[in-house]
Design a protein around this ligand. Structure first.
Ligand SMILES: Cc1cc2nc3c(=O)[nH]c(=O)nc-3n(C[C@H](O)[C@H](O)[C@H](O)COP(=O)(O)O)c2cc1C
Length: 186
């Protein structure tokens, strides 16, 4: 059974990004996947302190906060949904802190400690209707995650979302979210 991890970087627990992540999760669980969701905004996660302890013998992060739980979850997951609203043309700070803290997964030779074959889905919502606007930024993020040792990535962006109902009305995006969930669970 595939294990899917949701890392939601939106501060709105029941906002549009959560609604998109739920639809993707539905698609994955329909294929028999096990889903575990984290609401990053409520977690105690510090920014990387650049101490380079993770580049020592243990190759572990020494910051004892909630990221320690996420390291284990990420290592054990088959698929990871990085979910975020667009904030100032980028991901939210809550998610960026987590991405920076993935540094322990990189070895000195830039290969990865992560087991190969993990799938990544970037689940994005934004108020601007033109979903091509920030696509290049999320491509860049996907490439960075591949470099870190995550496998294939896909990007799903919904536009015009001030509130979850704006997403629910977009039937094609909702259907695509379900299909993406199924892809993660394959
Ligand atoms: C501080 C802030 C910055 C934002 N920046 C952008 C932006 O650059 N482009 C955009 O299209 N929407 C922007 N938005 C709108 C949100 O991305 C959009 O409404 C999103 O769907 C909200 O998701 P949520 O309900 O999960 O919070 C911004 C919202 C906030 C609060």
């Amino acid at each position: 059974m595939a294990k899917i991890l949701v890392l939601n970087g939106s501060p709105r627990k029941h906002g549009s990004t959560a609604a998109m992540a739920e639809e993707i999760s539905r698609g994955a669980s329909e294929q028999g996947a096990e889903i575990k969701s984290y609401y990053l905004n409520a977690m105690n996660i510090t920014g990387c302190q650049s101490c380079y302890a993770c580049k020592g013998e243990s190759h572990r992060c020494i910051l004892q906060d909630d990221m320690q739980e996420l390291y284990d979850e990420i290592a054990g997951a088959n698929g990871i949904i990085f979910a975020t609203p667009v904030y100032m043309w980028q991901m939210t700070a809550q998610l960026k802190q987590v991405i920076d803290r993935l540094y322990p997964f990189i070895k000195h030779d830039y290969s990865s400690y992560l087991a190969p074959g993990k799938k990544v889905l970037l689940a994005i919502t934004q108020v601007r209707p033109d979903t091509s606007m920030f696509h290049h930024y999320f491509e860049h993020m996907g490439k960075n995650l591949s470099f870190l040792g995550f496998g294939l990535y896909k990007i799903l962006i919904a536009g015009g979302t001030r509130k979850p109902e704006d997403l629910h009305k977009q039937r094609e995006i909702m259907a695509e979210a379900r299909r993406m969930g199924a892809w993660l669970a394959e």
